[in-house]
Design a protein around this ligand. Structure first.
Ligand SMILES: Cc1cc2nc3c(=O)[nH]c(=O)nc-3n(C[C@H](O)[C@H](O)[C@H](O)COP(=O)(O)OP(=O)(O)OC[C@H]3O[C@@H](n4cnc5c(N)ncnc54)[C@H](O)[C@@H]3O)c2cc1C
Length: 380
């Protein structure tokens, strides 16, 4: 087994390091977090440097890139202390490139080229979180149009996005798996209103309730095949979960680095706290968790690149990295003592942002729901 970076990976990571140093310093991230603003100038810089087209097929102006390298880049951006700064939009856009009409592809690629967030994913509803079969937002097709009614909630980046990738149900179809379709809906369509939710995590991403009240659009807003929306969404979801795991790894590494440096210089009882075995025990267990997270993410990405079926691997990896990542940040905060809970300490932001990853992309418990069933199936 070869754990060395390839020359290409080395070069990409070095060039990303330079860009992060120039465009994404801690003062910039901390200001965005306080102001609850998105990292627009960083996104633009990433786009101009070609990072945001990595992983896109060449026919769409992209540069093919393997999953392992993409995860290393996501880890590196998160290690800078920036949450969700790389890759998630790219992976979501793959849904449109795979299933969208030529017009939809053009619309989304144009927005990506401008360094903008093309769409938010509208899946969760007040009555349908983990149980998406309870989805109530309706899509009624009639005379070449489709009318939407319902409410979505906890939708990330809704205010920054031009479109909503809406999951909605045909009320005439009983089987929920066959009733759900995917639609690309302009956020400024008549009948759409939003209510921003004030949350304690992911401050650089807005979160919204979205109300759809008789929103009527041409049927051409359907993405892919009617009734196949759930299946289409799940197609790239495993890799999206892996990207979340890589992000958790980077954020947790950042918290660990801060805590280890602090332990080396903070003096109590006449000596650096890093010389106390209780603090060393924390740092040691944190280092083990980071090593496990990295191995899990890289191995899973390698499986994707080999075309191997992930089965329960994606859910196991997301569950482990979201939970272990938060545990690392929690111990890092403990090492900082009281100053760790102040807004000025970076560890407090990492702690908050890692907590959010235990919900987004499916909760810790739902990862058990997915992986557990597969494990039992594989052994029966
Ligand atoms: C930061 C953040 C960003 C998000 N971004 C988006 C987004 O962009 N788009 C979008 O559509 N959604 C988004 N979500 C919503 C997210 O997908 C949901 O929060 C998640 O799916 C859980 O749904 P819920 O919050 O309704 O919890 P519920 O489903 O009501 O669950 C409540 C609790 O019960 C547990 N539970 C539920 N079912 C079971 C079961 N069968 N077995 C054991 N335990 C169970 C859950 O794990 C949880 O602990 C986001 C959420 C967060 C926090």
């Amino acid at each position: 087994m070869d754990f060395a970076l390839t020359d290409e990976q080395q070069l990409l990571l070095e060039s990303l390091d330079e860009l992060l140093e120039r465009e994404c310093q801690e003062s910039y991230i901390a200001q965005l977090d306080l102001a609850h603003k998105p990292p627009t100038s960083f996104r633009q810089a990433m786009h101009e440097a070609g990072f945001n087209s990595l992983g896109f097929p060449e026919e769409y102006g992209g540069t093919p890139c393997d999953a392992l390298t993409l995860m290393m880049l996501a880890e590196r951006v998160a290690r800078q202390g920036l949450n969700n700064g790389f890759g998630l939009e790219l992976l979501q856009a793959m849904d449109i490139l795979e299933f969208g009409s030529p017009e939809q592809k053009q619309q989304i690629l144009g927005l990506l080229a401008a360094g903008e967030v093309p769409f938010a994913l509208g899946f969760t509803e007040p009555g349908a979180g983990s149980d998406n079969s309870a989805m109530a937002t309706s899509a009624v097709h009639h005379d070449g149009t489709v009318t939407f009614n319902g409410t979505k909630t906890l939708i990330t980046n809704a205010l920054q996005s031009t479109y909503l990738l809406l999951m909605a149900k045909d009320p005439g179809v009983e089987d929920p798996r066959k009733a759900i379709s995917m639609y690309l809906v302009p956020m400024d369509a008549p009948g759409i209103t939003t209510n921003q939710l004030d949350k304690i995590v992911w401050q650089i991403s807005d979160s919204c309730e979205i109300f759809l009240d008789d929103v009527t659009l041409p049927e051409s807003c359907l993405v892919g095949v009617k009734g196949q929306g759930f299946k289409q969404l799940m197609r790239n979801f495993e890799v999206e979960r892996l990207m979340i795991a890589a992000t958790c790894l980077g954020l947790a590494q950042c918290a660990f680095d801060d805590a280890a440096s602090y332990a080396a210089q903070r003096v109590q009882f006449g000596r650096p706290i890093g010389t106390f075995q209780l603090i060393q025990l924390k740092l040691t267990d944190m280092a083990i968790k980071l090593e496990n997270m990295r191995n899990f993410v890289y191995k899973t990405a390698w499986m994707v690149d080999q075309g191997l079926p992930l089965k329960s691997q994606g859910a196991l990896c997301k569950r482990y990295c979201a939970m272990a990542g938060f545990e690392v940040a929690d111990e890092a905060m403990q090492i900082f003592g009281g100053i760790g809970v102040t807004v000025g300490a970076r560890v407090s932001r990492l702690w908050r942002d890692l907590r959010g990853h235990r919900f987004g992309g499916g909760t810790d418990e739902i990862m058990v729901h997915i992986a557990g069933r597969q494990i039992v199936k594989d052994h029966s």
